[in-house]
Design a protein around this ligand. Structure first.
Ligand code: CA
Length: 227
């Protein structure tokens, strides 16, 4: 199915050139010259990617991008005129996926569009496909999230990394050394006791809190997570 690109550009000749370039490559397109209207259409209609000019009537591209990002992760490529605002756009994070400067070269623009759409799809697939389930716990690696019985568990970075390592190796007993190397790194200098301490943090946040046993100790060997 052809991907649909939303061209938000108030200069008619540029909008038309973009449209011809994209449709020749098999994309579907829609054009909107007004900023405020473009913002509304991005929220209401379904596009695979938005090409967003910066200087627009009624609402500028950066404002649109910022507002859209509050509710949508639709891929956005900003179109910027090199002299005007490139520095400003580059220096600030509005949540755009990429930037292309005008006047643009068609092959570069098309490559950016295809790359952005591909990465977005990969990300979506990742979110949907990759998840680890242990009893009532689900770990979503792409989102850095863990839920137990549908409730979000707040973990520190190290707690999360430790839990992820255990979950990825469900049922396997992992030694303290293995855990140290994987979670704290080969150059970690310190007590292996840190593993036990973090295991106890996880137990209190998960096993104890939800009244269900996840993390098992194999004496003298290490730890495992089991269904
Ligand atoms: Ca403009």
């Amino acid at each position: 199915m052809a991907e649909k690109i939303f061209i938000v550009e108030d200069e008619k000749s540029i909008a038309r050139l973009l449209q011809i370039t994209l449709e020749r490559e098999g994309f579907k397109t829609a054009i909107e010259p007004n900023g405020r209207r473009a913002y509304e259409r991005i929220l209401q209609e379904k596009y695979d990617l938005v090409l967003l000019d910066v200087m627009l009537p009624e609402m500028d591209g950066m404002e649109i991008c910022k507002r859209v990002r509050e509710v949508s992760d639709v891929p956005i490529i900003m179109l910027t005129a090199r002299d005007e605002v490139m520095d400003k756009v580059e220096g600030l994070d509005f949540g755009a996926n990429d930037y292309v400067t005008k006047p643009f070269a068609a092959p570069e623009l098309l490559a950016r569009i295809r790359g952005t759409i591909r990465r977005h799809k990969e990300r979506l697939r990742g979110v949907e496909d990759t998840r680890y389930v242990v009893k009532n716990m689900i770990l979503y690696p792409e989102r850095y999230e863990v839920t137990v019985k549908g409730e979000l568990v707040t973990l520190t970075h190290k707690e999360y990394e430790l839990l992820k390592y255990l979950v990825e190796n469900k049922r396997n007993v992992l030694s303290r050394d293995q855990i140290l190397q994987k979670v704290w790194g080969y150059d970690y200098i310190g007590d292996t006791n840190v593993v036990d301490v973090y295991i106890s943090y996880l137990r209190s946040k998960i096993d104890d809190k939800f009244g269900e046993k996840y993390i098992y100790t194999t004496r003298g060997v290490g730890y495992a997570i089991r269904d």
